[in-house]
Design a protein around this ligand. Sequence first.
Ligand code: ADP
Ligand code: ASP
Ligand code: MG
Length: 439
Amino acid sequence: MKVYKFGGTSVGTAERFRALIPLINDDTNKIVVLSAMAGTTNALAEMSALFSDGKKNEAKNKCEAMRKQYHTVIDALFASETWSLKAHDYADEQFLYIESLFSREYSRHNEKRILARGELLSTVFLYFLLSETGIPSVLVPALNFMRIDKDGEPDYFYIRENLKRELAAVNDEKIIITQGYICRNVFGETDNLRRGGSDYSATIIGAAVGAEEVQIWTDISGFHNNDPRYVENTRVIRSLSFDEAAELAYFGAKILHPSSVNPARMKNIPVRLKNTMEPSDEGTLVTSASIPVDYKAVAAKDGITVLRIRSDRMLMAYGFMRRIFEVFEAYKTPIDMITTSEVSLSLTIDDPTSLEDIVKSLGSIGNVEVEREQTIICVVGDFRPGKVGSAPEIFEALNEIPVKMISYGGSENSVSILINTSDKTVALRSLSLKLFPEA
Ligand code: ADP
Ligand code: ASP
Ligand code: MG
């Protein structure tokens, strides 16, 4: 069994949808995990924001415009009246459902119900399209098996048991289609795995069924050595270890959801990144094997806030860090980077939801300074202890840029550097020139 995940651009238009047929219709038993069509989740999120602001009429107009766009796609997608009619009916049903929510009160739960429509639509379209083409497949709803626990983590036991039951009911089918991104929460309500979460769905499913391989099909031929949205002449990396891929994904490489490597690493399932526009390209293979190279790739994570805590009482004291960390634990706020001196500690967070409360609580420990709009640059390479050289090229490349924090030695695979977000593009470009001069 393999898992194939197709992202939004892979189902962005009727042509792209049809281009999936030969990729799916091979001899492999597979679970196809699908994202919403490109732009759909953004549009649903905008609609929910209008709903939450009490602008129900604007939300309704947006919904109507989207319904029309979907009908145009359906006209281009299906050749036969039978399947086209079924698809039109299904789309109408989904958009009517969204409109019916607008007559209720806004709630986070209703928002999540709205956000879930994109994947429900795309998977039904693929199922109808394969049926029209005469290719047997079966649609297994993700909401029947995908579930997160009270901490928002995948509930592997529940997922494995329920997916097993769903798959046993469709024993002989070679192609199983399901939705990425959507799940149920601990209350059984519709929820999601956060933006870009279909990658995570794919690896969670892969781990649950013990898949031979998970393939992530997107709009680029694999993992590049820098962010192609900001840097020209980036190059594809043929192989990455789970740890390297996880760090790059966590530190901003959009090609993979930040948590998506964990389930594959846990069960040692290879993850292959492939391009739907260039299916014969080799792409990138992520496995447990690590091939050390001085510098492999660079990624950047925005939206970082740095907190600097200073207290003379910290000098020679013990228990200080514990007290600081307890504050973050109390507010369920993960810390990304940390650096310390005798009397101060700097740390970064990417979730500012509880920032005010955190700063207030830290006030009893020391002076707190906060700076927003920071970016963590993560350089993945060979930083094993004992290696000489301390990566001078990184700091030469960043010579002209104010460096706020450096984390070296925490990981064998990466060095993290905090800079102002306004310096990000320059930093990424000069790192590419210095670290990958052959590109
Ligand atoms: P999908 O809709 O298929 O999930 P995404 O847009 O989420 O696709 O991810 C693919 C995009 O990730 C690429 O088009 C590229 O712009 C961006 N990206 C950012 N960093 C990297 C990287 N290091 N390697 C490849 N792509 C990257
Ligand atoms: N459709 C969702 C999103 O746009 C999930 C995904 O594409 O992976 O975030
Ligand atoms: Mg994605």
